[in-house]
Design a protein around this ligand. Sequence first.
Ligand code: GLU
Length: 265
Amino acid sequence: MRPKRSALGVRRIVVKVGSAVLTQNDSVAQERMKALVEFLYELKKENEVILVSSGSVSAGYTRLNLDRNILSNKQALAAIGQPVLMHYYKNKFAKYNVIIAQVLVTAANLNRADDIQRVKNTIDTLLENGVIPIINENDATSTDELELGDNDQLSAYIAKYTDSDMLIILSDIDAYYDKDPRENADASVLKIVNDIPAGELEKIATPNNVFATGGIVTKLKAADYLLKSNKDMFLASGFDLSDVKSYMLDREHIGGTLFTCKGAE
Ligand code: GLU
């Protein structure tokens, strides 16, 4: 069993990875998942780590080509893909002797204080025993698909309700820019952001990938929610983990965006 985190000064960190990172050419992106698992193992040496993983629908689609525009098909794909994802995570973490656990939650759970407490108790117990909880929305049983909206939002709620210190989002979006980098070659990375301009949150979500539900807008909403709860969020590339590794393991901020209240006027 691990000592209590207050005694060690250990931080509790939620890492969220998106579908675009975990999928490549209609199959699970094994090399990227391998790199992610290696990073999580390194991070776990000094922190408690919770993973929020998307990718169940896209992993399901690697097994059965159902029309994913039909809601019941999408929910069926999530049910097929969730164990596929867990199988790969389990095998990759086995190399490091790390046990993983699957925790599926619904919007209904996160709207009820007693459910939130039970989710937290389960996660606390897993972390105390050195296990990495892997969380996703229970898409197959959600009455209205993606009730929570997206896993950016889900991971922000999980960070808050598990009393975590920060959220890391690993995405096909490698940072927050001063203008849309897809349309402006001169866009530059905002390395530290203390508050999100309200207008940004009103914009329509524009995911880059067919399986993704997010885009920068849902990331900014997650950041805004966490800033209001006095928690940090770091947004970095999930394709190339060098920025998140520099920031989290070497304490050097080279790329990626840190959303933080600290240092704000
Ligand atoms: N829960 C969905 C999945 O596992 C992902 C939701 C999202 O993309 O944020 O496929």
